[in-house]
Design a protein around this ligand. Sequence first.
Ligand code: GCU
Ligand code: CA
Length: 459
Amino acid sequence: MKASASTVAVTLVAATMVLAGNGTAQAAPTRYEAENSPAICTGTIDSNHAGFSGSGFCNGNNATSGFAQFTVNASSAGTATLGFRFANGTTTVRPANLVVNGSTVQNVSFEGTGAWTSWVTKTLSVAVNSGSNTIRLNPTTANGLANIDFLDFEVGGTTPQPPGGLIGWGTQGGGTTGGAGGQTVTVTSLSALTTAAASTSPMIIRVQGRFTCNADVRVMSNKSILGVGSGSGLNGCGLNLRDVSNIIVRNMNIGFVQAGSGNGDAIHIDHATRIWIDHNDLSSDTTHGTDFYDGLLDITHAADFITVSWNRLHDHIKCSLVGHSDSNASEDRGHLRVTYHHNWFSGCASRNPRVRFGNPVHVFNNYYNNIQDYGAASTIEGGVLVEGNYYENVPDPFHVGEGSSPPGTLVARNNTFVNSGSGGTSGSVGSIPYQYSLESSGNVRASVMASAGTGRISV
Ligand code: GCU
Ligand code: CA
């Protein structure tokens, strides 16, 4: 029997709810292309690597003198969010000092993105003055800068909600503690990670470095896998959480996982329970077609009690699947319960998520931008509660049914739509058994941009 979704104790974080309809004016970042004046590129403006925005990108001279500088206009003094889009087709990090109005404020690592045509956006926060500000990247190694496409700039907005601890379905069924109580190890190679993850003992595994790989890393029960800094993780293969329970994965960058590398997913959760996926950056590119990569985060075979929070899922075609087949009711019915909150889905063409059987799957306070095909879909026996999300440039935010899968149910409330469709709903969904605070959807874009992804928590 399906209960109404509205029976839970919900605390609104902000006093004012923003119930914006289509086209409501909201703050948006201003994009400064690297190829356009007043930007300065000490190098050449090139256009030979596809996928850039505007008419080209800055290919700085390969020397510490090869800088890129933007002049931006701030409507007020305060904290600004910077989004640098870049590509680094080498396997070597190209660090740069971030210089604001002549003062170095931090050193930023621009990691290898897998190819010169694989563009990713790095988000940072800095203090700015009212009016004109210069924002410059000075490379700190002789390799020079990564290729720089643009700077997205926005100042002000609301005070972001800091990322909290575990809430949602991952607290249920006994809760998720990962490797708590076990030994803590720091691994600096793929083989050391593979060995530690395969241990049958509880273990907290700190991953230092980004390892290139071509076959899934299998993770056994009672583990915490924690990336160190902002650039640690895997490139080319993913984590496989199959037939296991009680696993935490935080602060890992996992990208460019090809379908032939095993399951082909950045994180594959299969017949696994009590899982928390938090503050990771999962991505590939959208230029290789639908099946070159598989999913970023796929959850199948009666997996259950899962929270997916504060992750960046971006530049991918099939982002997150819950339930792999309409024919799998006997295994999946009553399971596949997942909470997605405060994730940033950008340039994720579809499956954000695509749900079968899970009821309720809870999708709250996520920020979606530039979603080419669709956001969430509720299909066969699935029930999805979609609330307090912020949609920007999302023509189809959510709907029921998808492809040949029959419709599930979907309840939507308190979402903000900016230059987006309004979504499709149907029926009622199961009740939420846990307590949570629903942030006002108008704040969600700022909260998520400030705190989702890697480099936001210390491990
Ligand atoms: C290649 C690539 C350039 C890049 C350069 C570099 O030449 O085509 O776009 O800037 O490498 O290593 O910096
Ligand atoms: Ca260069």
